[in-house]
Design a protein around this ligand. Sequence first.
Ligand code: AMP
Length: 178
Amino acid sequence: MASESLIQKLEATIDNIPDFPKPGIQFKDITPVFLNPKLYEEVIDDLAEFSKGKIDVVCGIESRGFLFGIALAVKLEVPFILIRKKGKLPPPFIAQKYDLEYGSSEIEMKADQLKPGQRVLIHDDLLATGGTTEAAAKLVEKQGAKVAQFSFLIGLEALHGEEKLSSFNSEVYKILSY
Ligand code: AMP
């Protein structure tokens, strides 16, 4: 859906850092996008085009999911809800555990912000293994809302994250796929 020109500009802007934060990981650094307000706006417009009229709420995943998610929600004129790492939100909140390569982690969301039946977009900057996003989707469903869509700037296809999201029967959009 994204134009060739947006894809090319983003590819040229996002930095690839080998072996960060661990050997074997190629880190996608999106921070140079924020040096270019016009490009940032094009990203928001493109994400908005995908979600326009299809969702009632944007849920953004800490922390890079906040950086585009809030602007996207404002553009779509819908509420934004934060999905945060454990221990950051005051009560009432609900939590969801998920497995990491070694050990486990937990994300949380305020318990009184999402309404049953609302159509939700879950947004993050990057889809890797899909573990975090799947946990976010479970949090949404626990509250009786529907995960209508997922969107990301980047999808790392070799990690098959999208397979973890298939059970939610939602649309998935990535501007860039590697
Ligand atoms: P996952 O749960 O494996 O899909 O991981 C997704 C989260 O980890 C996202 O919030 C990303 O910001 C971050 N992440 C994972 N892999 C990378 C990577 N290669 N470059 C940048 N961020 C990453």
